[in-house]
Write a protein that binds this ligand. Structure first.
Ligand code: CMP
Length: 155
């Protein structure tokens, strides 16, 4: 593995607002490799499981209602220091407090409709990635190394 992995969700508001491409461009320009990616949705049961650490908090109901309201894009990202660097790239949970130029500053509408999710530790990143992807669906970041010249241009 080239670096560490983190896990992210592009949430229903950002998918609905057609921000998938811009958010992925920001992620790649910041030096992350997307090593797994799919569009899917969360059932209420899945949302409650995925966010089990927030069960009982005042925002839990809003969180699962929103997260089940439309399609999401889930990704595994690879880079040195991935967890911390990705949290810097997305900015604070509350978009009003997020730094200029961060993903949430640009694409979030509120603390609930905050455009993206990010793992908060290497351990949680591994668990969250395995919630959506099996091992074969997560690529080796070296997948895009060029083939030898004679295997590419044979014509
Ligand atoms: P996320 O990174 O997906 O992880 C948990 C989510 O809970 C978080 O983004 C927010 O959408 C939501 N959340 C966390 N704190 C609050 C809060 N104080 N008010 C409303 N929603 C919150």
């Amino acid at each position: 593995m080239a670096g560490n992995r983190t896990f992210t969700i592009i949430k229903p508001n950002a998918v609905g607002n057609r921000n998938i491409g811009d958010i992925c461009a920001m992620i790649e320009k910041a030096g992350f490799r997307i090593v797994a990616m799919k569009m899917t949705y969360l059932s209420r049961n899945d949302a409650e499981k995925f966010y089990h650490v927030h069960r009982g908090k005042f925002f839990f109901r809003n969180l699962y209602l929103f997260m089940t309201s439309g399609p999401i894009v889930v990704m595994v990202l690879e880079k040195e220091n991935a967890v911390e660097d990705y949290r810097t790239l997305i900015g604070k949970t509350n978009p009003e407090l997020a730094e200029e130029g961060t993903i949430r500053k640009l694409y979030a509408q509120s603390k609930t409709r905050n455009a993206v999710h990010a793992s908060d530790s290497d351990e949680n990143a591994a668990w969250e990635a395995s919630f959506f992807f099996n091992d074969k669906e997560i690529m080796d970041a070296d997948y895009c190394l060029p083939l030898p010249e004679d295997e590419i241009d044979s014509d």
